[in-house]
Write a protein that binds this ligand. Structure first.
Ligand code: PBG
Length: 327
């Protein structure tokens, strides 16, 4: 038989497989999403996300140190305030939960890189990602509040801000506000290609941020659309986004690849709460091998073209990378 090309030659043993590996991963590209709440000495497990918790600020540093020790370089902070109102004032309050968390964390665990999610939905009584005008979110009025929120995060010590609201023009509004306040050097990672997705279900339970009426389809993207995602990513880059994100990850890997080909900034992907919950639930039933599934999911995100990976499994992945099970 005249068969010169035998792909199996390069799969013969672990040494050669590692040599020819196309996707290389590094712990420094992992970002861990973390929920902070008011109160004292409490760590509440999120029912639909076993193994994930909401932390009060006094015990937060313990978790942060653990992440730093594991080699996870960065966290994304989400705040759960005690009080919500129509205009989400807790989002930009000097004594807001994220602002307080940052001030404390930056002193106690200065080695981590602190990113904050900039959005109103955890802070509004109606659960929408901005201020309302009738039954819809008023885009331009919301921009002011988002910019104010981002600035207050940076003033409290955030290293990077990540707007997740999907209002038009938010990156530019935030960029201008930060520049005017003397923070021209603080990067913005935009949730640029963010779909209206059922995969956020467990997060909304965690953050108590489900919309009280309607849905987020007037601002988050229709999951049937791909070219629109490219438009969103290009727009955000034009407005000054330093990094663009695709979210969720697993069902939108095509978008990671498309966006990666279209922009010249780093691309991030976020394996969201629903992805985590599905893996956990099946693993708890004994139906899948959790560790191996987590490794495959991570590799698929990087293989699709992401350079940065946000995941609730960041700590485990850091360990798997150390152990050479992935990477
Ligand atoms: C805030 C925000 C959400 C997520 C990240 N930022 C929820 C939403 O848009 O409803 C989801 C994260 C996850 O599901 O893990 N707007």
């Amino acid at each position: 038989m005249d068969m010169r090309i035998r792909p199996r030659r390069l799969r013969g043993n672990e040494k050669i497989r590692r040599m020819v590996r196309e996707t290389r991963m590094d712990k420094s590209s992992l970002i861990y999403p973390l929920f902070v709440m008011e109160g004292e000495n409490k760590r509440e497990e999120i029912p639909s996300m076993p193994g994930q918790y909401r932390y009060t600020l006094d015990i937060l540093p313990e978790k942060l140190s653990q992440l730093a020790d594991a080699g996870v370089g960065s966290v994304m902070l989400f705040g759960i305030p005690d009080h919500k109102d129509e205009v989400g004032s807790g989002a930009y309050a000097e004594e807001g939960i994220v602002q307080k968390a940052l001030r404390r964390a930056k002193i106690q665990v200065p080695d981590l890189y602190y990113i904050t999610d900039v959005c109103m939905c955890e802070y509004t009584s109606h659960g929408h990602c901005g201020v309302l005008c009738g039954q819809d979110v008023d885009n331009d009025k919301t921009l002011e509040l988002l910019a104010k929120t981002a600035l207050s995060h940076v003033q409290a010590g955030a290293d990077m801000v990540a707007p997740s609201d999907m209002m038009d023009g938010r990156v530019l509004a935030i960029r201008e506000t930060l520049d005017q306040a003397g923070y021209a050097g603080t990067p913005i990672m935009s949730y640029a290609v963010k779909y209206a997705s059922a995969f956020y279900g467990p997060f909304r339970e965690a953050a108590d941020s489900a919309p009280a009426f309607g849905d987020r389809k007037t601002y988050q993207m229709d999951f049937h659309n791909s070219r629109e995602g490219v438009k969103e990513a290009l727009l955000d880059v034009e407005e000054g986004a330093d990094i663009v994100m695709v979210k969720p990850a697993m069902s939108f890997l095509d978008m990671v690849t498309r966006v990666r080909d279209m922009v010249d900034v780093p691309v991030a992907a976020y394996s969201v709460s629903g992805e985590y919950a599905m893996v956990k639930a099946a693993a708890r039933k004994g139906w899948i091998d959790e560790d191996r599934i987590v490794c495959e999911m991570a590799a698929s995100v990087y293989r699709a073209g992401a350079q940065i990976y946000l995941t609730y499994y960041a700590e485990e992945l850091a360990r798997f990378m150390d152990e050479g099970r992935i990477g």
